[in-house]
Structures are given as structure tokens and as C-alpha cells.
Design a protein around this ligand. Structure first.
Ligand SMILES: Cc1ncccc1-c1cc(O)c2nc[nH]c(=O)c2c1
Ligand SMILES: [Mg+2]
Length: 214
């Protein structure tokens, strides 16, 4: 039977990237998705914006909503200081199975904890089950309809602190109008937009950076 797109991405990594070399894994995925088959990775246009925000925050505890094949997981984890942790949540088991292998190929499995399940079920378990006090950085990249409810859930669970940085992908394409309206109008957030393009295309998209003010 025909392979899946994530399986084809994994094969491109195994055939073109060096084990333990995160940069080569990122390049292999970007080359495959630009030249062979589009896929919903944050990509090499928005990616450097993600990198700059992660480097600026230098988080001890980071959360990613939406792993897919692990591309942005690797972009974030490769920049984390020693001893810091990235938790990444993925509800699709097929995506999670591929992401585990791609994260391992990059040699970043010791910095990353990949949790399978719905974010709305996992977020309330963060303190008790995963020993998280609060997150320093959150990357929202799962499904546009969940950005706002999951942000409110993070607030309600006391998982955001003064200065926590939220970075949201796809705020233009596919678009997250309810989330944007909230973070741009709430007195609890200071928000700004980084204009870019939908991965591997000329279509406008961008990242919204929102600092929680407590
Ligand atoms: C799939 C797609 N088609 C056309 C335009 C945009 C997308 C698209 C792009 C992304 O970066 C996504 N990231 C997380 N989750 C998504 O569902 C998603 C969808
Ligand atoms: Mg995205």
C-alpha cells in the first residue's frame, strides 16, 4: 500500500541527513518539501523567526502544541540550553510515530518529551504528572480552532507566568482570527506580528508573538 507523506519525509531524512546533526535534518526536510512534496512544517522562511524568538527567550521549559513530523520540535530543541526541556503534544499517533524517529535521528531525544493525546486533556496534567511549574515559551502550531481554548486553559492551569512568550504559527494562513483578536485586545498580553510566508510558498502568512503580562 502507498506510503504516507510523513513516512516519505522520514525516508528523505534517513537518506539525506547525518545522524546527530540537527541542521542536516532541517535541511533535508526543507529540500524535500520545497522540491518534492509540500508539507505543513513551519519551514525555512518562518523558521528563522522561530529560531530568533527561542534564542531570545532561551527557555528552561518550553511547550509545543502540534508536533507533526518534528521539524519545529528540532528547530526549537537544537537551541535549548543544557538541562532545559521541550514538551511537544501530538494527537495523531501516525504523526507521533514518525516524529519520534526524526527527533532521534537529529540526536535531540534527550531534550524532548513527545506526548501523544489531545492538548485539552494533557495541559491540565502538566503540573502533577509532568512536574511543570510554568512554561517560559509556547509554540502554537496544532489546529487554528484550538489556539484560543488551549491558551485560556494554560492560563487557568497556572502554566503561564509574567513574561511567558507565546508564538503562534499560521495566524494569516489558514488564519486564527479568534486567537488574534484575543491576544491583540487582552490587557494580559503584549502582541506583535512577524510577517512572512506560508511554508515553501509565496502566500502571506506570519507568526504572532504574545508576551503574557500576568
Ligand atoms: C494544510 C494547509 N493547507 C493550506 C494552507 C495551510 C495549511 C497549514 C499550514 C500549517 O503550517 C499548519 N500548521 C499546523 N496545523 C495545520 O493544520 C496547518 C495547516
Ligand atoms: Mg503551522
Amino acid at each position: 500500500t502507498r506510503s504516507t507523506r510523513p513516512q516519505r519525509i522520514l525516508k528523505a531524512v534517513q537518506n539525506n541527513a547525518t545522524r546527530g546533526d540537527a541542521e542536516s535534518v532541517i535541511a533535508a526536510i526543507d529540500n524535500f518539501c520545497r522540491k518534492k512534496e509540500w508539507a505543513m512544517n513551519v519551514g525555512d522562511d518562518k523558521g528563522p523567526i522561530l529560531d530568533s524568538v527561542v534564542s531570545e527567550v532561551s527557555p528552561s521549559f518550553a511547550l509545543e502544541l502540534g508536533t507533526y513530523c518534528g521539524y519545529s520540535t528540532i528547530r526549537i530543541a537544537r537551541l535549548l540550553p543544557p538541562g532545559s526541556r521541550l514538551l511537544t503534544l501530538e494527537f495523531n499517533p501516525d504523526y507521533a510515530a514518525i516524529a519520534h524517529q526524526i527527533i532521534a535521528w537529529a540526536g535531540l531525544q534527550d531534550k524532548v518529551e513527545l506526548l501523544e493525546g489531545p492538548s485539552r486533556d494533557l495541559i491540565p496534567q502538566m503540573k502533577e504528572r509532568f512536574g511543570i511549574k510554568s512554561f517560559d515559551f509556547v509554540f502554537l502550531d496544532h489546529w487554528k480552532e484550538f489556539y484560543l481554548p488551549d491558551t485560556k486553559l494554560l492560563e487557568e492551569c497556572g502554566l503561564l507566568r509574567k513574561g511567558t512568550v507565546l508564538l503562534a504559527d499560521n495566524v494569516i494562513c489558514p488564519g486564527t482570527p479568534k486567537y488574534l483578536e484575543y491576544v491583540r485586545n487582552s490587557p494580559c498580553y503584549e502582541s506583535c506580528y512577524f510577517k512572512s510566508h506560508l511554508e515553501y510558498t509565496k502566500v502571506e502568512d506570519g507568526l504572532e508573538k504574545s508576551v503574557f503580562l500576568g
